[in-house]
Design a protein around this ligand. Structure first.
Ligand code: AMP
Length: 855
């Protein structure tokens, strides 16, 4: 059907994304060529191909190319955890995964990887004509994974005829034609994206694709609808609410398809008054996007899901699978063209949910048991009344609490787990996990944090319960089943210790705290607690930004909240007032003040949050910025060499502060980076006023020497090392034991990993390990030559691990102008924390003052 449009509307715009567009002919030819290339990679009709790309025109070219090969596509959302994506690739038996350079090598499975950018370029030499494949309506078009109650997601297999049936129905019912313009906002992992991308293309219409950031920003959505003259848009209720929260008042010439979740009468009435027509569409993934629908009018008193679409049958049955009359409540079953082939490689579950259709005359027909409860109304429409099982919909996302519970039950310390959705604040539905522990823990908040982290390894953010309630037992009904209605409302949040509550220093922090508290419904939000961990989501994000704009006159994009997701960071962004400074690696620790800023490079912990308390004890006019490594977002590749790492930070600093002079510092490993940065800045003719090391040791070992020589040096060091540990154990027993305990644990873990016996570390995600490995390598390969300037060495008093040069920490010969030593209280970790942070910050400030006056 799309190939036909490519003939009729060859030179008409087909797809627009981010200001660029391609015509029907270009789209068709590019996807033909890519299909030819994919086929040359051995893909055949009936195979499946993973697609893991960001939203763009290329995404659509790739989707069409896969379909043109006769293969089924498996949409993989790059924002999903690695483990889940790998499971989907393995479960589906995908032969190939089409991805982009930035995700290259991230998802190792048996599927071969093809990089889309290269493939599209290379495909230009392949034939542009439509491939002669014999694809029929019975072939698979896609496999979409949805939450599964047994612990793993399940892949719904949908055939071409089901999609054609739906699209053809919508095209004729809504008379969609080449003059229409549809806004496509949905991730391709959600089946409603099928409609957004392919419906306009079978009608000669224009599809405008938004990226993931715009899709969750109500302000931007309203803007793009106006700018692109969009007249047709599909979305789940939460998106419409986000747009209303962003101040949508005026009527727009827009046809709305609302779907994916129950449409409330209140929302429906607001929308009807602001658009040209509103439709409520219903259907599970297993019956291909929509199965029933109806138009909603201002006069409606209840919201129904309407009547079955073309070639679709709906049955409301009792427990014995007998038809029920109107007004009698039963379970909804769906038959007809939309019914999927079943769940990928899950025959038992398929047999349970896709049962024989005894009502139709066709052979081998199946009906799908939806789990929705409803009844026929007197006028032949269907009224839904809830679920027969525990499946939940939160902000359009379909969640099986059983999947979350199964994962929790594998965690140490959990005896029983139950997950439900609560709506204690009206309009704000969120997940709550009720946990019975095996033993009473001394650190419940720490445990909760661990459990959340382990969930994050296997499920997307919307499946992580923000609230955990620890219980001794679950309340029961007389029949012994759990009394879900009696589960208590989460009382007080158990903070995980990352955010010290209170001490909201600046007036901006106070303002942001008050707004967060009100909109999240929590009184005691800590400065460093993450918005999303607290149950924040895009609707609350829009509300926060609207309120902040009202109070401060400043409008930040919603994306700012995704990057600055704590009160402290968000307040800083508001203070800076310039979102252009949102450079990925440069994080404001304290942005305000008109003195030259101090830039501190992260330590081994990678994160710059450890510097948070330092500026509090410095001059009020002293801005402080942290530099954190590339790759911390889990996507970008970490830099390889010390020179590259430094060059990247220097570029960021120059963008932020092109004139200088520069005050640089580095904590631990970061000191070596700062050292190289200072050299690069000087070489480029900039003035570096201060280069400070925060307890950075480079040791006296010659890293460029032969392996045998280095081993000998290491052996010789063991004697003074033992003496040292013995001595310091006597002086600071607590700190030394804690540090040496940590070292032994880490060594044990490394040994076990090498033997293949270690459990994967939950503490540190793979991408962080990759950064640390690359940094260690960068240091080993770095050839250190002296720096032409003074080095200020902040050295801690309590030495809990051995150093071969405890005086200069190896820097003595690395400066032409000498080393200035500043002794500070605490150990390598604690000197940045209260109570030691004050002395350190004051000493740092006076060094800055002194260096500023140096000639
Ligand atoms: P999904 O497979 O993600 O499309 O989710 C399908 C489920 O979402 C259905 O079984 C319903 O429980 C719910 N659902 C979808 N659309 C609607 C609607 N218009 N009204 C009420 N519930 C809906």
């Amino acid at each position: 059907m799309i190939e036909q449009q490519a003939v009729t509307y060859a030179h008409k715009e087909a797809v627009r994304y981010n200001g660029t567009s391609i015509t029907y002919e270009q789209l068709n030819e590019a996807s033909n060529q890519l299909a030819a290339l994919i086929l040359s990679n051995g893909i055949q009709t009936g195979d499946s191909v993973g697609l893991l790309v960001d939203r763009s025109q290329n995404m659509l070219i790739a989707l069409l190319a896969i379909l043109k090969c006769g293969a089924a596509y498996i949409p993989l959302d790059p924002e999903y955890p690695k483990q889940r994506i790998i499971y989907m690739l393995e479960n589906s038996g995908a032969k190939l995964v089409l991805t982009e350079k930035k995700y290259s090598g991230h998802f190792i499975s048996h599927a071969n990887e093809l990089l889309l950018e290269d493939a599209i370029e290379k495909a230009k030499t392949f034939p542009a004509s439509n491939p002669a494949r014999n694809v029929t309506g019975a072939d698979l078009a896609y496999i979409i994974y949805t939450s599964g109650s047994t612990g793993n997601p399940k892949g719904v297999m949908v055939e071409h005829h089901s999609i054609v049936n739906l699209l053809w129905y919508l095209r004729s019912t809504h008379e969609i034609n080449e003059r229409d313009r549809l806004l496509a906002i949905t991730t391709i992992s959600f089946d409603i994206a099928v409609l957004e991308l392919f419906l306009p293309l079978i009608c000669g219409a224009l599809v405008v694709i938004t990226d993931a950031k715009v899709s969750r920003d109500g302000f931007e959505l309203l803007e793009i609808i106006q700018k692109e003259k969009i007249n047709l848009m599909q979305a789940t209720p939460v998106t419409w609410k986000i747009m209303l929260a962003a101040g949508w008042e005026d009527k727009i010439d827009l046809t709305i398809f609302c779907c994916g979740e129950a449409l409330s009468i209140d929302l429906a009435m607001k929308l009807v008054q602001r658009c040209s027509s509103l439709y409520n569409y219903y259907g599970p993934t297993e019956t291909t996007v929509y199965s029933t629908g109806t138009q909603i009018h201002l006069s409606d008193k209840i919201i129904t899901i309407g009547k079955p679409l073309a070639n679709t049958q709906v049955y409301i049955l009792d427990e014995d699978l007998q038809l029920l009359p109107a007004d009698t409540v039963g379970e909804v079953y769906i038959g007809g063209q939309g019914v999927a082939r079943g769940y990928m490689n899950m025959p038992e579950l398929t047999a349970e949910r896709f049962i024989n259709d005894t009502f139709s005359t066709g052979n081998d027909q199946k009906i799908f048991r939806t789990g929705d409860i409803g009844k026929w109304t007197g006028d032949g429409t269907i009224y839904l009344m809830g679920r027969a099982d525990h499946q939940i919909k939160i902000r359009g996302f379909r969640i099986e609490p059983g999947e979350i519970e199964a994962c929790l039950l594998t965690q140490p310390g959990i005896r029983d787990a139950l997950v439900i959705a609560r709506e204690d604040t009206p309009g704000n539905k969120s997940l709550v996990a009720y946990i019975i522990c095996t033993t009473r823990s001394k650190d419940p908040a720490g445990n909760i944090q661990k459990w959340k982290r382990s969930l994050q390894h296997s499920m997307p953010d919307f499946m992580i319960p923000p609230e955990f309630v620890l219980m001794d037992s679950f309340p029961l009904l007389p029949n012994g089943k759990i009394n879900r209605a009696a589960l208590p409302k989460p009382e007080k949040r158990l903070h995980a210790g990352n955010g010290k509550i209170a001490e909201h220093d600046t007036s901006m922090e106070k303002l942001v705290t008050a707004i967060w508290a009100e909109l999240l419904g929590i009184d005691d939000v800590g400065l460093d607690e993450d918005f999303f961990d607290l149950g924040g989501h895009s609707l609350i994000a829009v509300q926060i930004m609207t309120r902040l704009e009202k109070e401060t006159g400043k409008r930040l994009p919603i994306a700012a909240l995704f990057e600055a997701s704590t009160i402290r960071k968000l307040s800083l962004f508001l203070e800076v007032g310039d979102v252009a400074t949102l450079w990925e690696s440069l994080v404001p620790v304290k942005a305000s003040g008109h003195r030259p800023p101090l830039y501190i490079v992260h330590g081994d912990g990678l994160n710059v949050m450890v510097f948070n308390s330092v500026p509090k004890h410095m001059d009020a006019e002293q801005p402080v910025f942290g530099l954190q490594p590339r790759g911390l977002n889990g996507i970008d590749d970490p830099d390889e060499s010390m020179e590259e790492i430094a060059a990247n930070y220097v570029a960021g600093i120059l963008k932020h502060n092109p004139e200088g002079p520069y005050f640089l510092a580095g904590y631990s490993f970061g000191g070596i980076v700062a050292f190289e940065m200072a050299k690069q800045l000087k070489a480029a003719g900039h003035e570096v006023k201060m280069l400070a090391m925060f307890d950075t040791s480079v040791g006296n070992i010659n890293y460029t020497g032969s392996k045998a020589k280095r081993l000998w040096e290491k052996i010789m060091l063991q004697f003074p090392k033992m003496l040292f540990i013995g001595g310091s154990l006597f002086k600071y027993p607590g700190s030394v034991l804690s540090y040496q305990g940590f070292v032994v644990k880490r060594k044990w873990h490394t040994l076990m990993s090498k033997l293949g016996l270690a459990k994967e570390s939950e503490e540190m995600p793979d991408y962080q390990k990759r950064i640390i490995e690359k940094q260690a390598l960068a240091f080993q390969n770095y050839n250190m030559t002296p720096y032409d300037g003074t080095i200020d060495l902040f050295r801690v008093r309590e030495r809990v691990y051995f150093l071969d040069d405890p005086i200069y920490l190896g820097w003595k010969n690395l400066s032409t102008k000498g080393i200035s030593i500043h002794q500070v209280p605490g150990d390598h970790r604690t000197f940045l924390l209260p109570p030691y942070d004050k002395v350190f910050a004051q000493s740092l400030q006076s060094t800055i003052d002194e260096r500023a006056n140096d000639q």
